[in-house]
Design a protein around this ligand. Structure first.
Ligand code: GAL
Length: 649
């Protein structure tokens, strides 16, 4: 599906038809509306005005454009915050937020939830059976927490329910440290950046649970009235880590995210990982609920994507399992905070140059949709992603340059280039279907994850752990065993010491001679069955000649630990080795590195999508395929820069 974020409430009704006609001509087949329209839908408390929205939905229908309704809770109206000041969030510095932007509400506030829930219910009563309404988006980009007294009390109650006794909490957080010991639940503060690691982790988990329950109020309100065919999501933000996305997405029908490049050009490896992260939330196809029509307005330099790049980026999303691409936004509002943002139609109401590229894309989507229907990405390789681990590392990076997402992408990139499809999933996801599971920087290992990983290896799976893995338990305490903690026995090795590095140091072994940057772990081998794969060269003395990566066979499976932060070339060799060890073969290995290859399959169909992010080139296909966009059969494709091929075989 191809969509646009449309704001009819910002324009006279007489203009709507012209907009919808332009959309229809561009093959846009859905709009998302109303997610910031609270002051129009309820201008006074209890005065629900939804007729205008009904007109918009009907007019869209006339132009064969379906509607996704957004609940407007990200933008409370002025009357609401004036009458119920307690619904305003308290910022981290203790000051109250104010009306005039958005996201100024307190997500933990009961009154706010009630008012937002009522609005969602009113909308669902009116549109829950509407044939032209296909789905719902709850709120918009959950982001801001609140730090006021009532939230703090809720947090304390949440901790009480979890730990039962203060003795247990004190023991698990080692509060004897710095006299932090709590004698009463009411003494426990909120800490966001700096504080006891157990406190920090629990606050984030509370934040996540509170977003989930905030969302649940609106989900229940909609589900009480809407037909189940109307599917419900919220638009998330990729690697954004203010809350645990697995916690929040579990109640949704599908996952979606807002894909913005910001500045520069598309980094298709990292962006592809982000698509896969979103697909991994519910382990099924997802939507790109927003993306930039050329450029944004919120970066230091809001350059436009090159001609052709927007189209390539859309196909890149489809290749990773997206079902929809929606442009934010359709037309520039005359006023409001985002006047410079990219659009498809200018403030004057006529198309901008990019409109025609999107129109071409729309025609292509229309052709390819029947072929893509019923297909998804099937992966034999999984990369594990864990919010607890990312938070734990980010609070104590030890080397400021160590970014857990960059660490993840350093594995993901070369693995994806070989396997052409990789799942990014939680450490609690079912793993037995994967031949290879890689866990970069899985710092915090809960008992459930330990069981899951052990069972995977014992069942014949190949597990690779990256730097900093297995250091902490579920309370963000250090394990009383060395890394990888509870998995050290199975590995037959342990991390003797870790070192933050100032400069790259040499690493040599089965994957060639390379370097480790930022971080290096000195591994001690404890079992004769554990094999050293690489060693450090001369560096700080401690690491000289010491094991940098080890592996051990466990039945038909294996466990590997890589203590070095490998440079790109060495990582590529390591990735080849990982595939080899797990019995996987590279897919279309002859395709150059600047061409992305994705495979979707299902319903007896296999579809390959190629996008060329480099110079013009010809790619020989491993077999004859049908070019879905031209309808011809071909055994090679020539792609300009940003060229796309959609092939079926
Ligand atoms: C998104 C947001 C949209 C719009 C857009 C601009 O984060 O959901 O409402 O503000 O950014 O890039």
């Amino acid at each position: 599906m191809l969509g646009a974020a449309w704001y009819p409430e910002q324009w006279p009704e007489a203009r709507w038809e012209a907009d919808l006609a332009l959309m229809e001509a561009a093959h846009i087949n859905f709009v998302r509306v109303s997610e910031f329209a609270w002051s129009t839908m309820e201008p006074k408390e209890g005065d629900y005005q939804l007729d205008w929205l009904e007109h918009a939905v009907r007019l869209a229908e006339k132009h064969h454009i379906a509607v996704v309704l957004g609940t407007p809770s990200a933008a409370p109206p002025a009357w609401l915050t004036q009458r119920y000041p307690e619904t305003m969030r308290t910022k981290e510095d203790g000051r109250k937020d104010e009306h005039g932007n958005r996201q100024q509400f307190d997500w933990s506030n009961a009154k706010y939830r009630e008012l937002a829930g009522k609005m969602a219910a009113k909308m669902a009563e009116r549109f829950g059976h509407d044939k032209n309404v296909i789905g719902w988006q709850i709120d918009n980009e959950y982001a801001n927490e609140s730090y006021g007294e009532s939230t703090r009390t809720q947090f304390q109650d949440w901790l009480k329910a979890k730990y039962k006794t203060l003795d247990s909490l004190n023991a698990k957080w080692t509060t004897a440290y710095w006299s932090e010991t709590y004698q009463d639940w009411s003494q426990i503060p909120i800490a966001e950046r700096y504080g006891n690691p157990g406190l920090l982790l629990n606050w984030k988990q509370f934040v996540s649970d509170t977003w989930r329950s905030y969302q649940k109020v609106q989900l229940d309100a909609i589900r009480a009235h809407a037909e189940p065919r109307q599917i419900i999501t919220t638009n998330m933000m990729g690697w954004f880590d203010a809350y645990d996305h697995y916690t929040v997405s579990q109640d949704l029908d599908f996952a979606s995210w807002d894909d913005y490049v910001g500045s520069g050009q598309l980094d298709f490896v990292r962006n592809g990982a982000t698509h896969d992260l979103t697909r991994g939330l519910l382990r099924k196809n997802f939507w790109v609920m927003e993306t930039q029509p050329g450029f944004v307005n919120w970066h230091a330099n809001n350059n436009a994507l090159d001609k052709g790049e927007v189209r390539a980026m859309a196909w890149h999303a489809i290749g990773h399992g997206s079902e929809a691409v929606e442009y934010w936004q359709w037309r520039s509002a005359l006023n409001g905070q985002e006047q410079y943002h990219g659009v498809l139609v200018g403030a004057d109401g006529t198309p901008v140059p990019l409109y025609y590229e999107v129109k071409q894309l729309g025609a292509e989507f229309e052709k390819a949709a029947p072929v893509l229907a019923g297909t998804t990405v099937k992966s034999e390789v999984a990369v594990l992603q864990d919010y607890n681990s990312r938070w734990a590392i980010n609070w104590q990076r030890h080397n400021r340059a160590f970014d857990p997402v960059t660490a993840l992408v350093s594995y993901y990139g070369p693995l994806r280039a070989l396997a052409r499809s990789v799942d990014v999933v939680a450490d609690t996801a079912p793993l037995s279907g994967y031949k290879l599971v890689v866990a970069p920087a899985l710092n915090l290992l809960t008992p459930t994850a330990v069981k899951n990983l052990e069972a995977y290896v014992r069942g014949g799976g190949h597990l690779v752990l990256g730097q900093r893995s297995g250091m902490k338990d579920e309370d963000n305490s250090l394990y009383p065993q060395r890394q990888p903690g509870p998995l050290a026995d199975m590995l037959g090795a342990r991390v003797e010491q870790w070192y933050a590095l100032e400069t790259a140091i040499p690493v040599e072994g089965d994957w060639g001679a390379g370097t480790s940057t930022m971080w290096a772990e000195q591994i001690g081998v404890k079992s004769s069955e554990t094999k050293v794969l690489a060693r450090y060269g001369k560096s700080n003395g401690w690491l000289d000649g010491q094991p940098a990566a080890v592996t051990r066979k466990v039945g038909k499976g294996s466990i590997t630990y890589i203590g070095a932060g490998l440079d790109e070339a060495t990582m590529r060799n390591a990735a080849k080795w990982m595939l080899d060890e797990s019995g996987l073969k590279p897919v279309m290995p002859e395709v150059p590195a600047d061409v992305e290859v994705s495979v979707r399959e299902g319903d007896g169909k296999r579809v390959v999508i190629l996008e060329n992010f480099g110079e013009k080139k010809t790619i020989t296909l491993p077999q004859a395929m049908t070019d879905v966009l031209s309808g011809t059969s071909t055994s090679s494709v020539t792609l300009d820069q940003y060229g796309v091929a959609v092939l079926r075989y």
